[in-house]
Ligand binder design. Sequence first.
Ligand SMILES: Nc1ncnc2c1ncn2[C@@H]1O[C@H](COP(=O)(O)OP(=O)(O)OP(=O)(O)O)[C@@H](O)[C@H]1O
Ligand SMILES: Nc1ncnc2c1ncn2[C@@H]1O[C@H](COP(=O)(O)OP(=O)(O)OP(=O)(O)O)[C@@H](O)[C@H]1O
Ligand SMILES: [Mg+2]
Ligand SMILES: [Mg+2]
Lengths: 250, 250
Amino acid sequence: KFMIISVINQKGGVGKTTTAVNLGAALAEKGQRVLIVDLDAQHNASSLCGTRETTASMFDVLVDPEEQPLEGIVRPSLIDNVDLAPGHRALAGLESALLNVVGREMLLREALDPVRERYQAILIDNGPTLGIGPAMSLCAADMALVPLQCEHLALDGLAQVLQTISTAQRRTNAQLQKRILLTMLDRRINSAKDIVTAVQGRFGREVCQTIISRSSKLDIGVGSVLQHAPTSNAAEDYRALAQEMIGNPH
Amino acid sequence: KFMIISVINQKGGVGKTTTAVNLGAALAEKGQRVLIVDLDAQHNASSLCGTRETTASMFDVLVDPEEQPLEGIVRPSLIDNVDLAPGHRALAGLESALLNVVGREMLLREALDPVRERYQAILIDNGPTLGIGPAMSLCAADMALVPLQCEHLALDGLAQVLQTISTAQRRTNAQLQKRILLTMLDRRINSAKDIVTAVQGRFGREVCQTIISRSSKLDIGVGSVLQHAPTSNAAEDYRALAQEMIGNPH
Ligand SMILES: Nc1ncnc2c1ncn2[C@@H]1O[C@H](COP(=O)(O)OP(=O)(O)OP(=O)(O)O)[C@@H](O)[C@H]1O
Ligand SMILES: Nc1ncnc2c1ncn2[C@@H]1O[C@H](COP(=O)(O)OP(=O)(O)OP(=O)(O)O)[C@@H](O)[C@H]1O
Ligand SMILES: [Mg+2]
Ligand SMILES: [Mg+2]
């Protein structure tokens, strides 16, 4: 029932943050206690949760856990039953800060251990890189959720993120599952529908049944679509995804 | 007349690569000889130019210029009169490879010197980071072109990229100009039009007069929109942008 989900894709602007926040909100609406972990130096998830840039962040938790345990930075977000462990621009320096740390992929998993009891779902928002942050999140997660835009350039990067996931499965997390989530689908565009068909054909059950359609309701500054447009198709899309995640035994 | 343009924004998926390639194609259509420099580890610009992942790339040129001069990796693209200096996933390690190099921001400027005579325009495509790659491109450029999506999360990162540009102006390139390019505008969405008005109001003449509208014609796997849909609005948008760049004395 408990699940840690790493939202991952090095391609920019494919809906990672939008998915982390709105899937989190939908899981919370279904009664789960949810934690969003913001590993992105651009900390968009934190902004969506209503948190301005903080002093202490996930950077400190990962680089100096003795000094800054996770519990010290977790706070409620503006979304009911969703807590946030905020990101910070310092995360841009995570790679060099941890250059000489043995087994550094394990640091996030270790940091999350003390809080596992408190939540039914932990969602990790990664930035558009395949560096140590995403590597840590794959080591910590039960599932890698790969948002995939229905566009040509998006397919370019898919092979690389799948390879990253498979490396994590081999070296740091044999239990890691993966799902591809088709996002930003505009059904009026034929090439987009072709991409959906091709991806479903190629990846079968590893593609989420839920598809997130393109919707202006998801262009939000603060909060979730469940708050801003609770009866919209976009809200329903993320509720369906939450149901799929819950119903999905692993 | 000669111009080096750094296409920069750390936010993912805002149209940097689409702009670098299609603005380059439009300048070439107007008779310029154009070079696209791909500094992104995900090398999408190279893919759009028809180049599969290469062995020698901008990584080698920047890290070992004695061994790999720029001229050795420049090749024609699938776009008439547009050459390409390809990217490579190795660029993800640029920061650590150059950790101890004094004045490393200058490396791209130095690498471009020998080829300046050959082109009227050099366009640098940056990845979604604000690391050493973008810093180098700002040091080398005459103009920083910031594609800005007409969406809330896009505004979040704007302050940071503007700060990065202003730091470059202070420390590495006093001549650097900047322009904001509104991209992916969907005029049916009211919040998008509000963002356009707000950005134009706040930044005045630093906002390009040309706005790139959202168009499915720009979802391309290989080549430019001038090749794929030469009479489309999207093609006209990028021709107008090229005209604005050419007519824009600096
Ligand atoms: N289904 C959708 N329909 C319409 N707009 C969307 C949708 N999903 C996300 N967006 C918008 O698209 C933009 C990019 O989404 P988002 O920031 O979530 O992507 P990301 O993968 O986290 O980006 P980055 O790589 O920069 O972290 C945002 O402005 C967001 O509001
Ligand atoms: N004006 C537009 N209308 C519709 N689609 C667009 C437009 N501009 C870009 N796109 C599409 O949006 C996606 C993101 O664009 P692009 O890859 O150029 O952004 P980027 O800023 O370079 O992303 P990254 O941060 O990952 O490098 C691509 O699939 C591209 O084809
Ligand atoms: Mg994000
Ligand atoms: Mg790009």
